[in-house]
Write a protein that binds this ligand. Structure first.
Ligand code: CA
Length: 247
């Protein structure tokens, strides 16, 4: 097996320390698209991670089997061994590191198979690097046991462990769809989230994917929390903001 691991980030000063504890967080990127692989390695390195890169399934499998990674970014479509098989074999071998799979947007079945195979999260291509980085941070936090389960935005507080939401200390009753929507917005606090992204990340495939459905849920949420907190950004989506102004 042609095995080569390119290691980046060692000896360089991390711009932003991602780990809540000591030491660098080590990430493996398994992606056969060389351009994307390079972009991922570069973005992760800039974010302060120590990054190894593999370009096919066998190489990736071997590295994940032998090296202590804190997290793996795993493409599903890989030469020599597909990503799902790689993941299944790791899990069978009790390799428990968090794995975020990269799936093709139109291959929804990959997400299902991937999550069933033991993926912790997925990102559909094409994706925004910022989103992947946020998902990585969440996984690293969770895995490190320093998980901050409370999300806060102004008077709103959401405990992801108990799925409880309070507004100025008073409980807010939400349906599961409303809860997931609010949790996503709170995770992405102060950023514009598109309807497509919400549909893509919140709801299962057989859910009515008409984006009007999202509007309906947004409307319901606005009745339960201060409505001005969820701003509609025309043509772009929504932004949850603690500022109650109208900018
Ligand atoms: Ca691929």
């Amino acid at each position: 097996m042609a095995l080569f691991a390119l290691r980046y980030g060692e000896g360089s000063d991390p711009i932003e320390r991602q780990s809540p504890g000591e030491g660098a967080v080590r990430v493996l990127v398994v992606e056969d698209d060389r351009d994307l692989n390079r972009q991922l390695v570069s973005a992760l390195t800039d974010a302060g991670y120590a990054v190894d890169a593999a370009f096919d399934g066998e190489e990736g499998y071997f590295l994940g089997e032998t090296e202590p990674y804190d997290l793996v970014i795993l493409d599903t479509g890989l030469p020599k061994m597909d990503g799902i098989s790689v993941l299944e074999q790791w899990r069978r071998a009790e390799r428990k590191m968090p794995v975020i799979i990269l799936t093709a947007r139109d291959r929804w079945s990959d997400k299902v198979t991937g999550m069933d195979a033991g993926a912790d999260d997925y990102v559909a291509k094409p994706f925004h690097m910022e989103e992947l980085l946020a998902r990585i941070r969440a996984q690293v936090r969770r895995a490190s046991g320093h998980a901050k389960s409370d999300l806060e935005c102004g008077p709103l507080r959401l405990d992801t462990k108990t799925a409880r939401v309070t507004l100025s200390g008073q409980p807010v009753k939400l349906t599961s769809h409303e809860y997931r929507l609010l949790a996503y917005l709170m995770h992405h606090n102060e950023r514009v989230v598109s309807r497509t992204e919400l549909v893509e990340h919140l709801y299962e495939q057989d859910f009515d994917r008409d984006s009007n459905t999202i509007e309906v849920f947004i409307g319901r949420l606005r009745k339960k929390i201060p409505p001005e907190m969820i701003k509609t950004i025309r043509g772009l989506g929504y932004r949850l903001s603690q500022e109650a102004d109208d900018n």
